[in-house]
Design a protein around this ligand. Structure first.
Ligand code: G3P
Ligand code: CA
Length: 241
């Protein structure tokens, strides 16, 4: 039986159905009744925090270049929807502030610190505090430095480490960092692994689910949550449909 509290997290929004990391994909997650969204953050050249996955704008907009080399005005002028479908032409790259303003009280926010620029996790915490959403936020990163930078600055914010390889050394490092949330790739999530991590006091949140078979395996393994591009399908599985 899956946990009744399994976190069904819309990955970059409901990104199977609308362009990732845009209001369209987060609105779609809302429409599907999803309680959790995940998204990725970078700094713009002029120090604003923007919601985009890649280091460059090339894949998901009509522009080109590194996010960190473009100003907020330049980033906001790009079309972040047409690459996905003409239906979404004109969608913009959101700012973190705009996202928190729009969806405050409507989601739990799983915020991934993607850019490695020092200060990004702390400036994110400033905005989270400013919008009064600290109880609806989990901060994650593949970069342990970003999580370590955040810990003394915003100890009230839950942190989770996204690990590409789950092994004794990454588990020990997570314990050293004082983490209680570990996010392994879904391929590594088995009932034995989940039991072991639960025994060590971790919540287990999987990432990297490309299809429904892996989604079902993660749920059946007893994990506590997962990011998926199709939260409606995960919801149906959790409800036994
Ligand atoms: O759920 C975490 C997941 O988003 C990590 O992978 O590449 O989508 O940021 P990525
Ligand atoms: Ca992510």
């Amino acid at each position: 039986m899956p946990s009744p509290h399994f976190m069904n997290i819309a990955h970059r929004g409901a990104s199977s159905y609308a362009p990732e990391n845009t209001f369209a994909s987060f609105d779609k997650a809302l429409e599907l009744g999803t309680a959790h969204i995940e998204f990725d953050l970078h700094f713009s050249a002029d120090g604003h925090i923007v919601v985009i996955h890649d280091d460059t704008v090339d894949r998901t907009t009509d522009g080109s270049g590194a996010v960190a080399d473009l100003t907020l005005a330049q980033l906001r002028s790009l079309d972040a929807g047409a690459w996905f479908s003409t239906e979404y032409a004109g969608a913009a790259i959101p700012t973190l502030a705009g996202l928190l303003e729009r969806y405050k009280g409507r989601f739990h926010f799983h915020i991934e610190i993607k850019g490695k620029t020092p200060g990004l996790s702390q400036r994110t915490a400033d905005l989270v505090r400013g919008f009064g959403v600290k109880d609806s936020v989990t901060i994650t990163s593949f970069d342990p430095g970003s999580l370590e930078e955040l810990a003394p600055y915003a100890p009230e914010l839950p942190r989770g480490w996204l690990v590409r390889e789950l092994n004794d050394s990454t588990v020990a490092r997570a314990q050293e960092m004082g983490l209680t949330l570990l996010c392994p790739h879904a391929d590594a999530v088995t009932p034995e692994v989940v039991q072991d991590l639960h025994g060590k006091g971790f919540t287990v949140r999987a990432w990297g689910i490309a299809g429904q078979e892996l989604m079902r395996r993660v749920v059946d393994a007893g994990a506590d949550g997962a990011t998926v591009n199709f939260p409606d399908k995960l919801d149906a599985y959790l409800k036994g449909l």
